[in-house]
Ligand binder design. Structure first.
Ligand SMILES: NC(=O)C1=CN([C@@H]2O[C@H](COP(=O)(O)OP(=O)(O)OC[C@H]3O[C@@H](n4cnc5c(N)ncnc54)[C@H](OP(=O)(O)O)[C@@H]3O)[C@@H](O)[C@H]2O)C=CC1
Ligand SMILES: C[C@H]1O[C@H](OP(=O)(O)OP(=O)(O)OC[C@H]2O[C@@H](n3cnc4c(=O)[nH]c(N)nc43)[C@H](O)[C@@H]2O)[C@@H](O)[C@@H](O)C1=O
Length: 324
């Protein structure tokens, strides 16, 4: 089996690549194809077509996307909708044109309405208005699901979608403004502890709640869904409601998260909130019963995941290869 992992240098694609390599090392007969962003711009239709026609993979895993936290989504909405729509259209259509029968693409929990009932079931899709700070990105992610479903219906292929909750772990982006909350706060608290400062400011009110899943769990879940027998996948989904939520089933407030990160990084000063910054969606807790009914559950508790990620952050900083 020849796998193409799109976005293998990103956090999720990197974790999926590690899992596939581990499987190959255990004797599974698989070949992995990758291209960096510099080698293949997935927004370039002709380049994606040439790549797919030349490589003709058996399986495509689409983990490449324009990704960022609330500030990046709010500041660069045109890039978020344009790049993600282009990447999805090109990869999904050209995979089909090259005869690819199996594909898995990653969406996001932001596809659900801002005021969706909690926990958010797959059926909440398209039932209400989206959160304005990330609506363009969410629209692109919803289009990704609908592309897969449409190609399944018209061409009889087997293209699946997983919707991850907020992710974190090795390979994350620690940019001070454009990253997600967990890596942003890990870096900010670390630097405050190192510099002996007595205050760290977090964005918004600290009241929003988020569910955090370790990226190694996400990689396991992705391959679990990809490997499901087609009859089981179809029995647990609907043709036009085919995506599967991935999460751990528990959430924390941003203030609670900040307290945990302060503990891990050794910061013992004051935590204050900058309410001039947006809160975004009030709560995003996934209903993960569709996936758990099929037998998958997250394994890495947030406390352990934070400690391991902090150690990875320190090592990567020392080695000079942190994404910032
Ligand atoms: N991180 C999270 O909390 C969540 C992520 N997801 C989803 O998971 C998937 C992976 O996200 P994550 O690993 O966190 O993101 P990353 O930013 O870590 O990785 C994305 C990868 O895609 C590549 N990429 C972006 N644009 C292009 C392009 N035009 N051509 C080729 N490659 C490109 C990036 O390369 P380069 O850096 O060189 O641009 C990068 O390697 C995405 O679909 C995302 O929406 C869903 C929910 C939460
Ligand atoms: C994965 C998900 O990620 C994004 O949505 P989000 O969950 O709102 O993302 P976030 O991680 O940036 O923020 C979570 C909460 O945390 C607060 N917060 C505090 N202090 C910092 C801070 O320093 N940085 C950031 N980024 N947020 C902070 C922040 O104000 C907000 O209340 C979208 O890309 C969306 O499209 C998407 O899919």
């Amino acid at each position: 089996m020849k796998y193409y992992v799109a976005g293998h240098r990103g956090m999720v694609g990197g974790a999926i690549l590690r899992r596939l390599k581990a499987r190959a090392a255990q004797g599974e007969a698989l070949e992995i194809v990758t291209r960096t962003h510099a080698e293949l711009d997935l927004t370039d239709q002709a380049a994606v077509r040439a790549f797919m026609q030349a490589e003709r993979p058996d399986v495509v895993i689409l983990a490449a996307a324009k990704v960022g936290g609330i500030h990046a989504n709010n500041t660069y909405p045109a890039e978020f909708i344009h790049d993600n729509l282009m990447i999805e259209c090109n990869v999904i259509h050209q995979a089909h044109a090259a005869g690819v029968k199996r594909l898995l693409q990653l969406g996001s929990s932001c596809i659900y309405p801002r005021e969706a009932a909690q926990p958010m079931a797959e059926a909440a899709l398209l039932t209400g208005p989206l959160e304005p700070t990330n609506e363009p990105y969410a629209i692109a992610k919803i289009a990704g699901i609908k592309l897969c479903e449409s190609y399944n219906r018209q061409y009889g292929v087997d293209y699946r979608s997983v919707m991850p909750t907020n992710l974190y772990g090795p390979g994350d982006n620690f940019h001070p403004e454009n990253s997600h909350v967990l890596p942003a706060l890990m870096r900010r608290f670390h630097e405050a502890a190192q510099e002996g400062r007595d205050e760290v400011v977090i964005w918004g009110t600290g009241a929003p709640r988020r569910e955090f899943l370790h990226v190694d769990d996400m990689a396991e879940a992705s391959l679990f869904v990809l490997d499901l027998d087609q009859a089981i996948y179809q029995a647990n989904t609907e043709p036009m409601l085919s995506h599967i939520n991935v999460g751990c089933g528990e959430d924390v407030s941003i203030r609670e998260l900040a307290g945990m990160i302060a503990g891990v990084t050794g910061f013992d000063g004051r935590i204050s909130c900058d309410a001039s910054k947006p809160d975004g969606t009030p709560r995003k807790l996934m209903d993960v019963s569709r996936l758990s009914d099929m037998g998958w559950r997250a394994q890495i508790p947030l406390e352990r995941g934070l400690e391991e990620t902090y150690r990875w952050f320190l090592d990567s900083q020392d080695a000079g290869d942190l994404r910032t």
